[in-house]
Design a protein around this ligand. Structure first.
Ligand SMILES: [Zn+2]
Ligand SMILES: [Zn+2]
Length: 270
């Protein structure tokens, strides 16, 4: 089995802990073929109108890049087998000024892989309970899916559509799960949109599986074949649930993961 992980946080994320050398050592111990570090870049919070109840620390992209490059140089010296790539997780906002900031940065800094993520709904971080105050399940989940759909047209280069279903993670509703039958039209638009744009749908194993197996099956049925595997590790959990996730994906019919170097796709057998 070939192990790849395209969504990993380091100490350069507000909620990450590990120095990059520790993550690389862990990847080598586990025999990974491909590893991309993808720290949080929250321009949606920094330059937009999104609000969070706690002050997330913003990344210093140049410091992150320097530490990544040091580790990449060390791996090159060792002639290590690991394909080690430089990525970022960009928090989507529909606000134009935020999107322009991303476009500016991506023109300056050559990321190998950009993950496009929706973390805020109606201006609030859905990690925290206050985002859900006075909002019905239908309203929150519907608004979330509308944003995911909008995020597909982000006017900057991205490769991966992250963790669809993330809004449910800390949702307070009695029926927490988000099913295809809740919003078939919205899901269809998103899944077809990903396929038409040639992007990769992320399979995220950080907590529960995002998206759910039901949505992955729909994606396959519609002709979607590009998948990106992400443990979304914040602390030494590379390739979490990799084996069992691969078994499920193969059973659906998927044969490959997509990994990216300078936004160029390489296919890795599942
Ligand atoms: Zn995320
Ligand atoms: Zn993440």
């Amino acid at each position: 089995m070939i192990y790849v992980d395209s969504h990993v946080h380091t100490r350069h994320s507000s909620d990450g802990k590990d120095p990059i050398c520790d993550i690389v050592a862990e990847a080598q111990r586990k025999g990974l073929h491909y590893l991309a570090t993808t720290d949080h870049l929250d321009y949606d919070l920094k330059f937009g109108h999104n609000r969070s109840p706690i002050p997330w620390k913003h990344i210093d992209v140049d410091a992150y890049r320097a530490e990544w490059a040091q580790n990449a140089a060390k791996l090159a010296e060792q002639r290590a087998d690991l394909e080690f790539r430089f990525g970022i997780e960009a928090g989507f906002s529909p606000e134009k000024q935020v999107q322009e900031k991303y476009a500016e940065l991506f023109a300056r800094v050559p990321f190998d892989v950009v993950i496009n993520s929706v973390h805020f709904v109606n201006g609030w971080d859905v990690y925290f309970p206050n985002a859900f105050f006075f909002k019905t399940r239908r309203r929150m989940y519907g608004d979330y899916l509308d944003l995911v759909l909008q995020s597909l047209d982000a006017p900057y280069e991205y490769d991966v559509v992250a963790h669809i279903g993330y809004v449910t993670r800390n949702a307070p509703y009695k029926k927490k799960t988000l099913e295809y039958s809740d919003f078939p039209d919205k899901f269809d638009a998103i899944l077809h949109g990903i396929i038409e744009r040639g992007k990769a749908l992320e399979v995220n194993t950080h907590t529960t599986l995002f998206p759910t197996e039901e949505i992955l099956r729909k994606y396959y049925e519609y002709g979607g074949r590009k998948l990106s595997f992400g443990s979304d590790s914040h602390h030494a959990e590379l390739c979490k649930d990799y084996e069992k996730t691969c078994v499920m994906l193969k059973e659906i019919g998927f044969t490959h993961f997509s990994v990216f170097s300078a936004h160029k796709e390489e296919l890795i057998e599942i």
